[in-house]
Design a protein around this ligand. Structure first.
Ligand code: GSH
Ligand code: GSH
Ligand code: FES
Lengths: 104, 104
């Protein structure tokens, strides 16, 4: 579908992409983790897109199996949510993914 | 107003009250902290009450200055949100509040 192609294009053209909601603290937490690491992700706020927001969220669920926010991609690969990203950071696996994707 | 009286009655009659949203991870985090401490808070899911949910949230904001969830009360006193409750736990101040309120 059109939205699937949009998501695939977005995640392949940007090293780090975060699908988020402005009022969600887990989304804020993962955004601020990237900021602390000196990374500027492309952030797409699903609650700021009108009717396209829920459609995009459904598309993300079809592509990744994950309907929740935040939904994080690095180097075109689906990473998961906030707890997944934090865990990767704690085990030292996040930084190599970021440098491989050209984000740092 | 009627809702203000409802909230005042609820927080005075129950040792621990959490106003929450079912899909919010910060709300889940604070609920599971209480569970780990052996406390069974009264949980009110604002997204399960139809049109009364947003009205209740506005009432909570008028009473506490806080419009966000989770909104936690112990012994009738306004505690704050998730990070506030976790901080009190980390400094050892939460347990005395819970036993004073008769929650443990
Ligand atoms: N463990 C996940 C939790 C994600 C999660 O539950 N997100 C919530 C908001 S904090 C959500 O999208 N809820 C909507 C839903 O459950 O439908 C993470 O760390 O990202
Ligand atoms: N630091 C606060 C953050 C609370 C917060 O921002 N809650 C969000 C959901 S996770 C909320 O209610 N957002 C609605 C809004 O901002 O209007 C806490 O720990 O509870
Ligand atoms: S909506 Fe509360 S943490 Fe996401």
């Amino acid at each position: 579908s059109g939205l699937e192609d949009t998501v695939k294009k977005t995640i392949s053209e940007n090293p780090v992409v975060v699908y988020s909601k402005t009022w969600c603290s887990y989304s804020s937490e993962v955004k601020s983790l990237f900021t602390r690491l000196g990374v500027e992700p492309l952030v797409i706020e699903l609650d700021q897109l009108g009717s396209e927001g829920p459609q995009l969220q459904t598309t993300l669920e079809m592509l990744t199996g994950q309907h929740t926010v935040p939904n994080v991609f690095i180097g075109g690969k689906h990473i998961g949510g906030c707890t997944d990203t934090i865990k990767l950071h704690q085990t030292g696996e996040l930084e190599p993914l970021l440098s491989e994707a050209g984000a740092t």
